[in-house]
Write a protein that binds this ligand. Structure first.
Ligand SMILES: Nc1ncnc2c1ncn2[C@@H]1O[C@H](COP(=O)(O)OP(=O)(O)OP(=O)(O)O)[C@@H](O)[C@H]1O
Ligand SMILES: [Mg+2]
Length: 453
């Protein structure tokens, strides 16, 4: 056993005798972080904080875990909070710098880097300086984009530091989404037309409201199509981070949720997008039950608009584990339209390939042939294929000194580098569809798998 592992194992034994000892929890967390056991470290930092440890180091550890686990929003919230403290560890500013580089907020990142280095020269870091030098001069930065929320201006007090929700910059629309014709149609009918033609809907006594839940295997375009709605709808589009809302450490989750809905109500028409909404159910196990219940209830009553007017607030959510979501979410007025986003069929695969190679240097390609050879591929798998082929073209170009175009042969060669990833999901989904198919909820899965009911 290596020394770290040995120490950890001894300390874990000690923890069994004193499970609520905050300094011990923190000490183990530090070791686990060092050993890259980020999830385990995160839990222990959290617990030591909940138990009242008086240490900025524990909070910094927690933020670093979030960063390592690719949950930058939560990391930023904690780090910003810490940075306000006069006794903030210097490392907080370095962490903020890295987080902001990730968020492409280069000038803010540089400010934090300067603070860190002025406090302690040992934080001078060539690679960060290189990134800041090269990126800070890029013309388009997120900070500036805040001034340019296009269709509807963000009027008043939306706080830039409020990382729980962000107005989306529409860069895509439905023309960037291959296949999924029926999904486009349902979204158009329930979300886009009511926004564009409110009079018509009013004449029929219909108000815009309620929501759509998209579900399906990973990589098949749920997030992609939801973002395209931002470009299609000509309305404010607010993307909400469920994980961030749920973060009990931040406290105030219910208040935050209410603020997001209030913001949407002020911006009507507005589309609210909740990605990976299953987190509301999935994380229930590792949280105090009652507090999660509270947030779920709050979420549901915000959707119902019990105390407020939700006309013109439309919701869109995505998940690849719909079975983790409380059935209360599916009641009328909430996510009452549940749509399956399947892997692309042959025609859709041709369309997606076409979208992916658009504007790339290509020879004449037979996309039909490639599409025929990519059954069970998700859109993301097709994207990997094209990325690999392009990399190969670049390598060949550099080697030969001439521009090498994307060719059919390179595409066929590239197929050897990518495997379809959708089948795994269907193994799980099939069981839910067969044994937990309340009200035919998952009939689309059965149909896709050609299983007779
Ligand atoms: N129908 C599609 N048309 C065009 N591109 C697509 C399509 N589906 C997937 N892609 C490409 O694959 C990438 C991944 O898709 P996306 O992130 O939307 O999948 P997802 O369904 O949200 O997956 P997950 O369940 O893992 O979140 C997209 O960024 C896009 O480039
Ligand atoms: Mg997604």
């Amino acid at each position: 056993m290596n020394p770290d592992e040995n120490l950890r194992s001894n300390l874990l034994d000690a923890l069994k005798l004193a499970p609520d000892n905050p300094p011990l929890l923190k000490q183990i967390a530090d070791i686990e972080f060092h050993m890259c056991y980020y999830k385990e470290a995160l839990e222990k930092y959290k617990k030591s904080i909940e138990l009242g440890i008086d240490s900025n180091e524990a909070k910094l550890g927690l933020a670093k875990c979030y960063f390592a686990l690719e949950k930058p929003s939560a990391a930023i919230v904690i780090a910003e909070e810490l940075a306000k403290d006069d006794d903030a560890p210097t490392e907080v500013f370095m962490l903020l710098c890295k987080l902001l580089i990730n968020e492409k907020q280069f000038s803010l990142a540089r400010d934090h880097y300067n603070i860190a280095v002025s406090m302690d020269e040992k934080f001078i870091d060539e690679s960060i300086e290189y990134k800041l030098r090269n990126k800070a001069s890029e013309p388009k930065q997120i900070e500036e984009d805040w001034d340019a929320v296009p269709q509807k201006q963000v009027e008043d007090d939306f706080d830039e530091e409020d990382y729980l929700a962000q107005f989306e910059q529409p860069t895509t629309d439905f023309s960037h989404v291959g296949g999924l014709e029926n999904v486009k149609e349902e979204i158009s009918l329930k979300i886009i037309y009511p926004i564009k033609h409110p009079d018509l809907f009013e004449e029929y006594g219909q108000t815009a409201g309620g929501g759509i839940l998209l579900y399906g295997p990973p990589g098949c375009g749920k997030t992609h199509i939801a973002r395209a709605v931002a470009g299609e709808a000509e309305a404010a589009f607010l993307s909400v981070g469920i994980h961030e809302i749920l973060d009990m450490w931040i406290g105030n989750s219910e208040k935050n949720l209410n603020e997001i809905f209030e913001l949407a109500r002020r911006q009507q028409p507005c589309v609210l997008f909740f990605d990976e909404v299953d987190a509301l159910g999935a994380s229930r196990a590792d949280m105090k039950k009652s507090s999660t219940r509270h947030i779920v209830n709050q979420f549901l009553s915000e959707m119902d608009g019990v105390d407020s007017d939700n006309d013109g607030v439309l919701s869109l959510a995505a998940t690849n584990a719909p079975w983790h979501l409380d059935s209360a979410f599916r009641r009328p007025g909430r996510f009452d339209k549940i749509i399956f986003v399947p892997p692309p069929d042959l025609k859709a695969r041709i369309e997606i390939l076409d979208i992916l190679i658009k504007d790339k240097p290509c020879e004449e390609l037979d996309l039909q042939q490639i599409a025929e050879k990519t059954e069970d591929f998700s859109g993301a798998d097709l994207k990997s294929l094209i990325t690999n082929v392009i990399e190969q073209c670049l390598r060949n170009s550099i080697r030969s000194g001439n521009k090498v175009l994307i060719s059919q042969d390179l595409m066929l060669e590239g197929l050897k580098t990518v495997k379809p990833t959708t089948k795994e999901w269907f193994k799980i989904a099939r069981n839910y569809a067969l044994y937990a198919n309340e009200g035919g909820l998952y009939d689309d899965i059965l149909e896709y798998l050609k299983i007779k009911k």
